[in-house]
Design a protein around this ligand. Structure first.
Ligand code: NAI
Length: 399
């Protein structure tokens, strides 16, 4: 077992053989995760000829964990992610029932993975609802720990909601709640530190990848202190940390109100490169952009803490119970998430090799059924056969 080491500044020291804990996931996870491992192993073998390699370590979560140990998220799994810093996961069923946190939210919160990073790009051959999907090429930095996702809310009619309303009315002088007896309440915490660390990570990413701008997307015209604060703190911290890059024009910081952004991202997506935004906006924006380039089956994601180096890469879709076990699932979301992981490790050749194979397979009009059915003369492959073909393409590449 060989671990990535994290230096004080969050940079990584990666051994030649790196242990990567992985969660297979529920539903289609059983099909897409092995497909991802085969493709990644082949790319790493092809590029580094055995000098560098991944030692996969399965850790349990979700239904499989529950069936084997009686808990959905065993402490051993959390411990492995803490110890090895970098991992990858398939989708997990959120257990139904009061008091059970979403497993994904639990992982993000426990490891304080404050950046939800979602690159969105189009692959030639993939059907899209927009005329120019090739204009979509953005990386979304969604704040992952604050906002109304903090889970502070009270149901209408509960004693807590009543108490909270009384506090607002009596202590805070709030008189604008129209139907207090039937109102539920939620709290939206947005902090300076939380906003700053997300925005600094977005700026660093833009600079390291030669991307021209970071757009702060917010609804500060309405929520002046939370979303407006995000924008103000964003400009301030960018100016403080990256003054030289901004004055030389290497980095442009701008902002856009969320509703205008949703319109602009459809009409002139070329205007945007790196996008930094709050949790709820980021949730909507990531899925809308994913739909422009082929949908959730192909949209990768990562949850990262750039200070501790901890990162979990993940398929962004759910367990797809309607197609689970049918060899129909598209493994591209988790494969492209693994590409992000390889890039994070600095194994850029292997990452590029997988991306090239995906470009090639789509050029040959081969895809899983969710994408093939919209391609002219598309050939639908099963999950396993799609991975087989990617492995064949990678094997045939001269490096
Ligand atoms: P879902 O993403 O599982 O499915 C929505 C639709 O997209 C379905 O028609 C499904 O067949 C299709 N789809 C999803 N992934 C696909 C793939 N790889 N290839 C082809 N088609 C695909 O969302 P749903 O049905 O709302 O949730 C099912 C379960 O997944 C729930 O328990 C939910 O809590 C969980 N979930 C887990 C997530 C995670 O672990 N990150 C994220 C979203 C949902």
């Amino acid at each position: 077992m060989t671990k990535v080491k994290i230096n004080g500044n969050g940079s990584l020291l990666v051994p030649d053989c790196v242990t990567i804990p992985f969660i297979t996931g529920d539903g289609v996870g059983v099909e897409i995760t092995p497909a991802m491992r085969r493709v990644v192993d082949e790319a790493v073998r092809k590029c580094y000829g055995g000098k560098w390699r991944i030692d996969w370590l399965e850790v349990l979560a979700g239904q499989k964990a529950y069936d084997m140990s009686g808990v959905y998220l065993p402490e051993a799994t959390m411990a492995a992610f803490r110890e090895y810093h970098i991992g990858i996961k398939g989708p997990l069923t959120t257990p139904v029932g009061g008091g059970i946190r979403s497993l994904n939210v639990a992982l993000r919160q426990d490891l304080d993975l404050y950046v939800c990073q979602r690159p969105v790009r189009w692959f030639r051959g993939i059907a899209s609802p927009v005329l120019r999907p090739d204009w979509v090429n953005m990386v979304i930095f969604r704040e992952n720990t604050e906002d109304i996702y903090a889970g502070i809310e009270w149901e209408a009619g509960s004693a807590e909601a009543h108490k909270f309303f009384n506090f607002l009315q009596q202590e805070m002088g709030v008189d604008k709640i129209r139907f207090p007896e039937t109102s539920s309440f939620g709290v939206k915490p947005v902090s300076k530190e939380g906003s700053e660390r997300l925005i600094v990570a977005a700026c660093r990413y833009a600079l390291e990848h030669g991307l021209p701008s970071v757009t702060l997307v917010h609804k500060g015209n309405i929520m002046k202190f939370t979303e407006g604060g995000f924008k103000r703190w964003g400009y301030e911290v960018a100016q403080k940390e990256f003054a030289q890059e901004i004055s030389s024009g290497r980095l442009v910081i701008n902002d856009c109100i969320a509703d205008a952004f949703l319109q602009n991202a459809l009409l002139r997506p070329k205007d945007y490169s790196v996008v930094a935004t709050l949790n709820l906006n980021g949730d909507y924006i990531s899925d809308m952009l994913a739909a422009q380039v082929g949908g959730i089956g192909i949209a990768p994601g990562a949850n990262i803490n750039y200070h501790t180096g901890n990162a979990i890469f993940e398929a962004t879709h759910g367990t797809a119970p309607d197609i689970a076990g049918k060899n129909k699932a598209n493994p591209c979301s988790i494969i492209l998430s693994a590409v992000m992981m390889l890039e994070y490790l600095g194994w850029n050749e292997a990452a590029g090799c997988v991306v090239n194979a995906i470009e090639t397979i789509f050029d040959r009009k081969m895809a899983t059924v969710d994408l093939a059915r919209f391609m002219e003369n598309g050939m639908a492959l099963g999950t396993k056969e799609f991975a087989d073909e990617l492995v064949r393409i990678i094997d045939g590449v001269s490096v």
